[in-house]
Design a binder for this molecule. Structure first.
Ligand code: ATP
Length: 333
């Protein structure tokens, strides 16, 4: 085991939430995952993951969701930090602080985002400077959505969602997220999806031409029509109240609405920021959504926002994005 090459005091990575613009769920694979074809978009709801050397491994979660997130070794950020440490032969424990703004257990991959943030922050703190591929491999080991949280932007995911290809689309999109106080876990929604489709032949999932056309043209109206999620019938079957949320959104100017991932958040695409405010007000006033968030997309994946000096130059602690970070949010190497 070796100690870290340099020991900056504290390194912070910012990580985005995601929405699945399209989520095609294919047959079950022998490993228990489903074959997926999905299009992810990273959206501007962020967690900040900070790491600093400490006597012992530990994690603190700040913000309104702190009660919902485990502050122990099961925390996905902690698992990510320990995985990188063991791969890189690092023997310096860190304390992780997560400033959490991504809703928890909401189908927006907040835990996966924190894992990606911990990888990027610890990689810089310890001066490991892993290659892009090495970080991606660790991310895939941690969970299906973690590689996308590293990459950001808009990307197609295949396999179990972890094999990514960036989508070269145009446009910036305005989103409104109707949060929910009903519980839905990812495993139960997949199980319900399997139950609803039992006895049916499930084809191999393939991305739709209409989604690719909408993204290529940067046409929000077309994109609104192309949104689709094979998990939506299962989420609605388990939580029929989400139907009402979808109806309120579509009646109040949304170009499209969709259950986000496995839910229970419902994501609405609107034409611009002004409409997003109108829709947020309408959703709140209707009483259908206990909470609403607005965000733009696509945004970049996990990236450093503050760091002390490292082996490849110095970083300011200004809160601005600095350093050797490529357009995807990963350093090129
Ligand atoms: P998925 O990635 O499966 O779509 P999700 O986006 O619906 O999940 P997350 O916010 O990632 O939900 O949280 C799922 C569960 O993971 C939570 O209930 C929580 O107990 C656990 N968890 C572990 N670490 C974290 C973390 N750092 N942030 C949020 N949740 C975490």
């Amino acid at each position: 085991m070796s100690s870290a090459a340099t020991s900056p005091l504290c390194v912070t990575a910012r990580v985005p939430a995601k929405v699945n613009l399209e989520l095609m769920v294919g047959p079950l694979r022998p490993d228990g995952f489903h074959h997926l074809a999905t299009v992810f978009q990273a959206v501007g709801l962020h967690d900040d993951v900070s790491v600093e050397p400490a006597e012992d491994w530990g994690v603190t979660i700040n913000g309104p969701y702190s009660d919902l997130v485990p502050a122990d070794d099961t925390n996905l950020a902690m698992r990510a930090a320990r995985l990188l440490a063991s791969e890189a032969g690092i023997d310096v424990p860190v304390h992780i602080t997560i400033d959490k703004d991504i809703p928890v257990a909401a189908g927006m991959a907040g835990g996966s985002a924190d894992a990606a943030g911990a990888l990027v922050a610890c990689d810089a703190l310890w001066g490991v400077w892993s290659s892009k591929t090495a970080l991606e491999d660790l991310a895939a080991e941690l969970g299906s959505d973690v590689p996308f949280a590293l990459l950001g932007g808009t990307a197609m995911g295949s396999g179990r969602g972890d094999q990514l290809a960036p989508v070269l689309g145009r446009g910036r999109y305005a989103w409104v997220f109707a949060l929910s106080d009903v519980g839905l876990t990812t495993p139960e929604v997949y199980a319900e999806c399997d139950r609803l489709r039992s006895g049916l032949r499930v084809p191999a999932p393939t991305p739709s031409a209409s989604m690719m056309t909408a993204l290529r043209l940067g046409d929000a109206t077309l994109l609104g029509r192309a949104l689709s999620n094979d998990l939506q019938p299962a989420a609605l079957s388990l939580q029929p109240r989400l139907e009402e949320v979808l109806a309120v959104g579509m009646d109040n100017g949304a170009l499209g609405g969709i259950v986000s991932g496995s839910g229970p958040t419902v994501a609405f695409l609107v034409s611009d920021t002004e409409r997003s405010l109108d829709l947020a007000v309408a959703l709140t006033a209707s009483g259908a959504a206990p909470g609403v968030k607005r965000a733009g997309g696509p945004v970049r994946g996990a990236h450093l926002i503050t760091a002390a000096s490292g082996p490849r130059g110095s970083f300011g602690s200004t809160g601005h994005e600095t350093g050797h970070i490529g357009p995807t949010g990963l350093r090129s190497s």
